[in-house]
Design a protein around this ligand. Sequence first.
Ligand SMILES: [Zn+2]
Length: 441
Amino acid sequence: MMNGGYEDENEGNNSDNDVEPILTIEPWMLQGLEGPDDDDIFAKKIQRVALDGEEHIYFNSADASNILGVPLTMRNIDDKLIWPHTKHNHFSVKTAYHFITVQDSVSGVTTSSTPAFWQKIWRLKLPQHIKNFFWRLCHGILPTRDNLVRRGLSVITDCPRCFTSQESICHIMLGCSWAQMIWLISPLGYFPPLSSDAAFFDWLVDRIMCDSPDVVIWIALICWTIWTGRNALIFQDKMYSPQESVLKAQSLFMEIQDSSTSPGCTQSHSLRIPRSREAYRWQCPSRHHYKMNTDVAKISDVEWSIGVVIRSDQGHLFMTGIKTILALDEVAVAEALGIRWGLQIAQQCHVSKLKVETDCEVVVNSFNAASATDLSLVSDIMADCRSIGAELESFSLRHIYRESNHVAHFVAKQLYHFAPCIWFDAFPISVLNLVNSDVLT
Ligand SMILES: [Zn+2]
């Protein structure tokens, strides 16, 4: 069944282990399957064989996780060949060349170092030197004091501003109270409470892949202002206040906006000053409609949690649910699966008028721009969502800012240890409090 066999006890001393195992379909896998709705049965058979039965020699746990982590579409569509190194999974010689020649030796963002991710950075409407900075930040190669020590230099590692912590990227950007004040008084108005570089890079990946370009530009400008403020302190002994730093970022933003809308500019995309307070708030759906919010959180190298929250037109909690999924390395795929799972629950509950909100712009764009040439997993899953949505009396999907999606985010991030679980009553008190705060503010 597997090319070269698979025996854990021989791992490391059997040259066959260097051969990638190839899964072929065996007759026992297909017994009892009758149609596309049997995907779950197929997955369960694989799971049973992978994890329980005598046949466990076919898969080690990593292979079993990878198999189970492949999302299956609900529709009966033909298999297709895809190229994983482009956004829409079409083969291109350029990306093949890139794949062969580029060795990934970075210590920063690695989980999403796909062309789509880096293209998003290079396509931002930012001055080239800030784009370069942002690229180096995402690679984790800024010359922070802890990075310099890692490279063998003998320097003091304390943060030159607060002296309370080692100067790491996460500390400079988020941990230092000076930086925190900049985030808070900036138009973004918040900072994520993260304490490690790895968590900071994960957060950056999420934001770059899911937020609108103007929000990502603001994140880049804030990071740039913090970094140049740090350099001014170290090399020129200049101390800029958080207010001065935000004004500097604001003026850069205005310059970028002017240049992108000036005559002769070929780009039609115009940057907006981030939103009024209203844009951060969750809004009740129109009368007789329900609103569903979904979000995901990465909880380990191979696991994501999905949070779903459905509320009535009065803002009352109707249902909330949490489940975990395996081995996906793309946040947009996990977000798309979250929406599909929520829709399946809504359908089973006979919800007929539903508005869906997500803070992942990629899935909304995929939903709105259905394309036969898009071979990506996200496109397949959103096609499932369209087909469920078409069966409802009223259905819409739209992108919202993360702040107004905070209840679903909380469920995904904080309640995963309950997974899988769906509540229709006796809701967790923490969720009820957040829901009430949305209605009251
Ligand atoms: Zn500090």
